[in-house]
Design a binder for this molecule. Structure first.
Ligand code: PMP
Length: 398
């Protein structure tokens, strides 16, 4: 008898991107494919000190089972971190620590989505979210995104038509779009949340990775400007892109009832996020190293983004269209077909691998109506020289 799997698995498949990643082992390949931060930039010294302090000062807390909601000193540090980003008066009890923000998304799926429920996501959006919400049976609806983020008029039409369980947005330097939701649209999104009494999930792992001016405040930070909107925003944060994804420290801020249900589900899932990681993160934040760490990652990624934009312009010209990202880790680009060049990003990705450079085609990032001319390039893990070499190889492959 073959093993039979749960019917919910019928809704999801192994991502096309994972298949592509298998090819990345090829020697000499330059990868713009991953969504990882650069390991060379981890603050190893700071994390070593923080973990040693955690073991020396609070071995019970750092090594014992802990509360599902999160390790109290970390909740306090994260509340202060969010307050510094404009979320006035946030109390530690208003957030729970999650095992990466990915777990917060899973908990939202688990607590809110039943088979056939509508959920609105951006087109394009984060691939793992598509898979995760579909696992719970979500019927995903896609709202278009431009350089200013999700198109709010269209979003309103879709909310009125589909009455979704919630709307999932990455308003600041989205993965993969790189787009930043404009201040006007942020306000409109909050007004829509109140008008349609619909939860907005704000996923914000990239907001701290800005290159020039700071982005507008998060949706959560803006809720005081739109009466009644606070209870309709669930905000997910993460230390992954700015400090270390291996820590698996994320958090979720939401209205108390939702937080309580999510905590209950987390209890069945992993009991709590690693107390050792949480105590280390708490010590790290307490030591006050974060501002310097942020300044460093912003500087390095800004330089790489700049180099990639210039190289794309120089080497690929009008064969690709893109908006220069103002933060985050990604370029989102479109093949124009100009000069008879390739229009299909899947085909382009195959040719690129043959030329020793990898990136991810855009189609899998769409829950519906995939645009096969799109693709995502990450500038995070290659230095400027490799970026220039890699874009040169792209020019040969196109
Ligand atoms: N949301 C988005 C938009 C992401 O790009 C990622 C990581 N690629 C995550 C959530 C999950 O990150 P983590 O679980 O490491 O916090």
């Amino acid at each position: 008898m073959p093993l039979t799997f749960a019917p919910r698995l019928d809704n999801v498949e192994t991502s096309a991107i994972r298949e592509l990643f298998k090819l990345l082992g090829k020697p000499g390949i330059i990868s713009f494919a991953g969504g990882f931060p650069d390991s060379a930039m981890f603050d190893v010294e700071g994390l070593r000190e923080a973990s040693q302090k955690a073991l020396a000062e609070e071995p019970g807390g750092a090594l014992q089972y802990g509360a599902t909601e999160g390790y109290e000193p970390l909740r306090a540090q994260l509340a202060a971190f969010m307050q510094a980003k404009g979320v006035a008066g946030l109390a530690p009890q208003e957030l729970i620590v999650t095992t990466g923000s990915q777990q917060a998304l899973d908990l939202l799926g688990k607590t809110l989505v039943g088979p056939g429920d509508k959920v609105i996501v951006e087109g394009p959006t984060f691939l793992a979210t598509i898979q995760c919400f579909r696992l719970y049976g979500a019927d995903l609806v896609s709202a278009p995104v431009d350089a200013d983020g999700v198109q709010v008029d269209r979003l309103e039409q879709l909310m009125a038509e589909h009455k979704p369980k919630f709307v999932y947005l990455i308003p600041t330097f989205g993965n993969p779009s790189g787009a930043m939701l404009s201040p006007e649209r942020r306000k409109r999104v909050l007004e829509l949340a109140v008008k349609y009494q619909t939860l907005i999930v704000e996923d914000d792992p990239y907001g701290d990775l800005y290159f020039g001016e700071a982005p507008p405040p998060s949706l959560l930070a803006l809720t005081p400007q739109v009466p009644g909107s606070r209870e309709w925003v669930a905000h997910c944060g993460s230390l992954s892109k700015v400090l270390s994804p291996g820590l698996r420290v994320g958090w979720m801020i939401a209205q108390p009832e939702l937080l309580a249900k999510a905590t209950m589900c987390k209890q069945f899932s992993d009991a709590h996020t690693s107390t050792f990681a949480q105590a280390t993160a708490a010590q790290y934040l307490k030591a006050g190293r974060m501002p310097a760490t942020l300044a460093n990652v912003r500087r390095v990624y800004a330089e790489r983004a700049q180099a990639m934009g210039a190289a794309l312009q120089r080497d690929l010209g009008d064969a690709v269209a893109f908006t220069q990202p103002q933060g985050g880790l990604f370029f989102w680009a479109r093949l124009t077909g100009a000069g008879g060049k390739v229009r299909d990003a899947g085909e382009f990705a195959k040719r690129a691998i043959e030329h020793g450079v990898a990136f991810v085609p855009g189609a899998p990032f769409f829950a519906r109506d995939a645009d096969v001319s799109t693709f995502r390039l990450s500038f995070a893990t290659a230095d400027v020289a490799r970026i220039e070499e890699g874009v040169g190889r792209l020019a040969k492959a196109i």
